[in-house]
Design a protein around this ligand. Structure first.
Ligand SMILES: Nc1ncnc2c1ncn2[C@@H]1O[C@H](COP(=O)(O)OP(=O)(O)OP(=O)(O)O)[C@@H](O)[C@H]1O
Ligand SMILES: [Mg+2]
Length: 257
């Protein structure tokens, strides 16, 4: 289902998308077709936002991309195994404190202790939780737990980040800060990402492309290139073009239920 990481990149290989779905579909074992056949690719260094009504298959798609859920039709190619996943629920280990939770993925990846500590310190700083390193998950709010989950994902500096509504539980201000942080990390680390959100403005702020889904049956109804995507030099975005894109997505979503 997934191909191994390419070890000898040539120009052709570098231009190949990191993920390619070709007529992929998902029917769960109870016979429910969650997503009808679709094509989609995620390029290297590209952030793809997914929006759509509840139950349209967004989580299903990124779970398949991550190899957590089997495809039941079509072909899925993923050209890296170096990925991190931020689940819709924060999934922290209750008996481990913040630092220990954040270091876990890097530890499982075999990153040595000193490097791991360094990476975790920076990630915890990034999500604004330095004062809570020793806290246990039950001592944190929902939004703080999601920030721990995000810190855990970025600690390994993965090629590919799968994010399932990572900022949904955050207040507006923290959410805007986290969006800016994510883009800053992207400029430095050059990862690819699939980012699920129910917020149109978030999808538009973060995405190079926006996947607009619809339900009954779950499907992709449009994939739209951003007229003013995030750039490596952080140059100003065309706010007017982005507002128009948001309005377009909003119109599509109005008919998506
Ligand atoms: N294990 C499963 N078995 C059967 N049906 C499932 C299973 N998991 C999900 N579904 C169904 O597949 C559909 C898509 O689910 P999915 O979780 O991908 O939606 P979503 O777009 O992420 O929704 P939300 O925005 O609420 O998170 C839903 O109708 C759901 O009930
Ligand atoms: Mg979901």
């Amino acid at each position: 289902m997934s191909t191994a990481t390419l070890t000898t990149p040539d120009t052709t290989a570098a231009a190949e998308p990191l993920i390619e779905f070709a007529q992929v579909e998902k029917t769960y074992s109870n016979g429910f077709q969650a997503v009808t056949p679709f094509d989609l690719s995620v390029g290297r260094g590209e952030i793809v936002s997914l929006v759509g009504p509840s139950g349209c298959g967004k989580t299903t798609i990124i779970r398949m991309a991550a190899g957590l859920s089997k495809i039941t039709g079509g072909t899925l190619t993923r050209r890296t195994d170096d990925l991190a996943y931020v689940f819709q629920d924060p999934t922290l280990l209750a008996w481990r404190n913040v630092r220990s939770n954040v270091e876990l993925v890097a530890k499982l990846k075999g990153v040595d202790k000193a490097t791991r500590r360094d990476l975790a310190t920076r990630a915890i700083e990034t999500v604004g939780l330095s004062a809570f390193e020793k806290a246990l998950p039950r001592q944190l709010s929902g939004g703080m737990k999601m920030r721990v989950s995000l810190a855990r994902a970025i600690t390994g500096a993965p090629d590919l980040l799968m994010m399932d509504e990572p900022f949904a539980a955050l207040d507006e201000f923290t959410r805007a800060t986290m969006q800016a942080e994510l883009l800053r990390l992207w400029r430095v680390n050059d990862f690819s990402a699939m980012f699920i959100t129910h917020s149109i403005s978030e999808a538009v702020t973060l995405g190079h492309r926006i996947v607009v889904m619809a339900s009954k049956p779950g499907r992709i109804q449009a994939v739209i290139d951003s007229p003013s995507p995030p750039t490596k030099d952080g140059s100003p975005r065309d706010e007017r073009a982005l507002a128009e894109l948001g309005a377009h997505v909003s119109t599509l979503l109005a008919g998506a239920h």
